[in-house]
Design a protein around this ligand. Structure first.
Ligand code: CA
Length: 230
């Protein structure tokens, strides 16, 4: 049984109850907040392991709460999973760029909710691969020192940018990244940022990786994610 404490921020009481029921049945401890202001004070006082944050909240909205959590040194390391309605990709992108870890679209099944929370908590407890370490995921092997990529033992010839892009995504399977975050990580802040440049790189990269290209998943309206191990 996990001993993780989850702060659930949701103003709709029936949804709040449903989430609490499912989390408690799976061994989580649950703190709850019905508005953004309470969420911020409870995040400070109860030190949750994760905040599940509805974006549509009265008084202080969810994005504002996310920003405040990430700006406060006491709470900035707590992972945030956003709860969003369909069609709010702009809010999702804003939240991810503010440092949220993932999002779940309403309506969601309890199974999906539990799987996502588990994945985020697991990722948080693993140190990220360092810049120079060899990444082995699925049937890919990415060797940053030698700048080479092998798919099922066969080498793929990538450009420097394609290589950096693949290395960035594959080092963090399961994480969703916005195009801006990708450009920022791959080129540094001084590179002209366009959505299209990332999309073009991804198309080229997928082609060169062949079958393994499908590990780079498009998250519609949001960005890209490298498929997580089952
Ligand atoms: Ca709401």
């Amino acid at each position: 049984m996990s001993e993780y404490k989850i702060l659930v921020v949701e103003d709709e009481e029936d949804v709040q109850e449903l989430i609490r029921y499912n989390l408690e049945n799976n061994g989580y401890r649950v703190e709850s907040a019905l508005d953004g202001k309470t969420a911020l004070s409870k995040a400070n006082s109860t030190k949750p392991d994760l905040v599940l944050l509805d974006l549509m909240l009265p008084k202080i909205d969810g994005l504002q709460v996310c920003r405040s959590l990430k700006e406060n040194a006491l709470t900035s390391a707590i992972p945030v999973v956003m709860l969003t309605a369909k069609g709010t990709e702009r809010d999702i992108v804003a939240g991810l760029e503010m440092g949220a870890d993932d999002y779940i679209t309403k309506p969601f099944s309890p199974r999906v909710l539990l799987a996502r929370l588990k994945a985020v908590l697991r990722r948080r407890s693993q140190p990220p691969a360092t810049e120079k370490s060899v990444i082995r995921v699925h049937d890919l092997e990415i060797d940053p020192k030698r700048h080479r990529v092998f798919v099922d033992g066969k080498e793929a010839e990538l450009t420097t940018t394609e290589f950096k892009l693949l290395q960035f995504l594959a080092a963090r399977p399961g994480w969703v990244f916005t195009r801006y975050q990708i450009v920022d990580a791959v080129h540094g802040a001084d590179y002209p940022v366009t959505d299209r440049s990332v999309d073009v790189q991804v198309v080229g990269l997928r082609k060169k990786l062949g079958r393994a290209g499908e590990y780079i998943e498009t998250v519609r309206g949001v960005g890209y994610r490298f498929r997580e191990d089952e």
